[in-house]
Design a protein around this ligand. Sequence first.
Ligand SMILES: Nc1ncnc2c1ncn2[C@@H]1O[C@H](COP(=O)(O)OP(=O)(O)OP(=O)(O)O)[C@@H](O)[C@H]1O
Ligand SMILES: [Mg+2]
Length: 190
Amino acid sequence: MTTAQATSNAPDDRGMARLGQIIAVASGKGGVGKSTVSTNLALALAAMGARVGLVDADLYGPSVPGMLGIETGKPPSMSPLRKVIPAQAHGIKVISMGMLTGDDKPAVLRGPMVAKYLQMFMLEVEWGTLDFLVLDLPPDTGDTQLTLAQSFPLTGAVVVTTPQDVSLKIARRGIRMRLRACNGSMFREP
Ligand SMILES: Nc1ncnc2c1ncn2[C@@H]1O[C@H](COP(=O)(O)OP(=O)(O)OP(=O)(O)O)[C@@H](O)[C@H]1O
Ligand SMILES: [Mg+2]
């Protein structure tokens, strides 16, 4: 995990600095515990006294609101600066598609809209100043991973898998895809 550079379409450094250390929780495989790990990681960091945000980047299958008991389907309030006010749950700030649409309604989004929502979740939410921003990624290696990997400098990633060969293989492939997508510049020094 080296280099401090963000890729060319990255937002400016000041905005990024306020988000703190950005940690992605990923796996190419579905249902292996990404959201459980993301949520518990965020809560554990908050319990240690850190200021923590959690982005539910699984736009098609948001499960963080359910895990944290956050109300869904009710659009969040906007700040005077037209930023989205995140939900507060158990000491962390949270944004999720489930808050906007309800967590049992399908999000019908094409690729460009996925990128727009992710940019909004990262940059147009009133996060304040954070120590850590944890990203709960969806179970694929598609638009979400590419957008986040190429637009935001991640401090690190947690790759979740189960012990089975099939799951390990998919998780390894996901790691290789992410490294390739970032061309080695995905990570920055903590
Ligand atoms: N360590 C664990 N041991 C047993 N069950 C677990 C563990 N972690 C998560 N689970 C259970 O596995 C299921 C899937 O977990 P979770 O939703 O966190 O996975 P996910 O990888 O985020 O899924 P998706 O790919 O659909 O987003 C849940 O029912 C969760 O309670
Ligand atoms: Mg999940």
